[in-house]
Design a protein around this ligand. Structure first.
Ligand SMILES: *Cc1c(COP(=O)(O)O)cnc(C)c1O
Length: 388
């Protein structure tokens, strides 16, 4: 059904067979990327065929990692609306602002895309037990798809994660372990169980397929904009999987002749309380340093060290993009602005993207009439304590 051919290391270029189970590159411990036979794919599918399919991310299934359709685990993830944000735009004096609302995904965030792809593929490869360190949303999404597959899910979360995130995982049948520390500490705790019990580690970018699910945001954006891309994409960045995934999708689509070579300027937005990518971008570094004392209300952005840091920084630079940090206070303010103008109750990460946009508009980095897409990456419901 699909055109997956092999895996390739994003750093050293090592080539590996896709039918085996992999985490990081065995040579250099960097993320592996899925590669497809795009020449063959373009003979079989095209935008016209895709437009007649079900409105979920599996409409791009030839370019996703699952080879037997019977292994696809779907709860209706993807094909989220792209809104022309007219009222918000009017308030900001900017008429070409769009919002891709990922809060409508199963389990309330775009993590559903990545985990739908990764758990489906894990099932296909015969894996029975899954493990994840998470700031919140990835745990819920893993739990949901593992439940659907009848697989075990082991979720490791910081103990200060809001209750709704924990409760969601438990109701969805996962075993939840709370860790006194950050997501990086959860990673260490999860790694012990991986070693001891042979669980498969689905940490972001530490296995090759979550990014494949998230890249479908890039395919959808092109499809929803009539096979063109916007001028600017504003993305609240934690591990960077979605940003790197979209960047990969654009390349794939160009190789199949679906879009031309024009690319959006990619923008990373982080919280001022945890901005390792912004710092590395400004200092012209290829890798980011570990951020000390990471603190922000936007749990998904509380990622002090990202394994895919060099891939994020590469995409930002190749696209002539940029990276900005926004204080939590502004994130709170923009959440109300987005809510009262567009009727979207956004996760703080989505509100951060709006705060980043406003900063860049004021600096003159974004010009009038450029088409700008903001990603609201999740729903505000699980974080509703923030507005108490
Ligand atoms: C995980 C998460 C992010 C960060 O996503 P990455 O692709 O890992 O950078 C942003 N927003 C929300 C709501 C999240 O759950």
């Amino acid at each position: 059904m699909n055109f997956l051919t092999h895996l390739e290391c994003g750093m050293c270029g090592e080539v590996l067979p896709a039918h085996k189970v992999w985490n990081l590159c065995p040579k250099c411990s960097k993320p592996l990327l899925a590669r497809y036979d795009l020449e063959a794919a373009k003979e079989v599918i095209n935008p016209g065929i895709i437009s007649r399919r079900e409105p979920n991310m599996w409409r791009y299934r030839e370019l996703l990692p699952v080879s037997d359709p019977a292994n696809i685990l779907t709860l209706g993830e993807g094909f989220t609306p792209l809104h022309h944000a007219r009222r918000l735009g009017k308030e900001l004096g900017f008429s070409t602002l769009y919002i891709k609302d990922e809060g409508l995904n199963p389990t309330g965030s775009f993590k559903a895309r990545g985990l739908s792809a990764a758990v489906s593929r894990a099932k296909e490869l015969g894996i029975k037990s899954l493990s994840i360190p998470t700031a919140g949303n990835a745990g819920g999404a893993l739990s949901a798809y593992a439940a659907l597959a009848g697989m075990e899910a082991h979720v490791f979360m910081p103990s200060d994660v809001p209750r709704p995130f924990i409760n969601e995982c438990r109701v969805l049948g996962a075993s939840v372990t709370l860790i006194d520390g950050l997501i990086t500490d959860c990673g260490k705790a999860a790694a012990e169980g991986v070693k001891k019990y042979g669980r498969f580690d689905v940490s972001t970018l530490k296995e090759p397929y979550r990014i494949e699910g998230k890249k479908t945001m890039g395919y959808e954006l092109a499809e929803q904009m009539n096979w063109t891309l916007p001028d600017v994409i504003i993305y609240p960045t934690g591990g960077g999987t979605g940003l790197v995934g979209m960047w990969k999708a654009f390349d794939e689509m160009e190789k199949m002749g679906w879009i031309d070579s024009k690319r959006p300027r990619m923008v990373t937005v982080q919280s001022a309380g945890c901005a390792p990518i912004v710092k590395a971008f400004q200092e012209d570094k290829d890798f980011a340093e570990m951020w000390q004392d990471a603190r922000t209300i936007a749990d998904g952005l509380r990622v002090p060290a990202a394994v895919g840091d060099f891939l994020i920084l590469r995409a930002l630079r190749e696209s002539s993009g940029t990276a900005v940090a926004v204080p939590d206070k502004e994130i709170m303010e923009t959440s109300y602005l987005l809510g009262r103008t567009q009727g979207i109750f956004a996760a703080p990460e989505g509100a951060a993207a709006l705060a980043g946009f406003i900063q860049l508009l004021r600096q003159g980095w974004i010009m009038n009439e450029e088409r700008v897409v903001l990603f609201n990456t999740g729903s505000g419901h699980k974080y509703s304590h923030l507005w108490d």
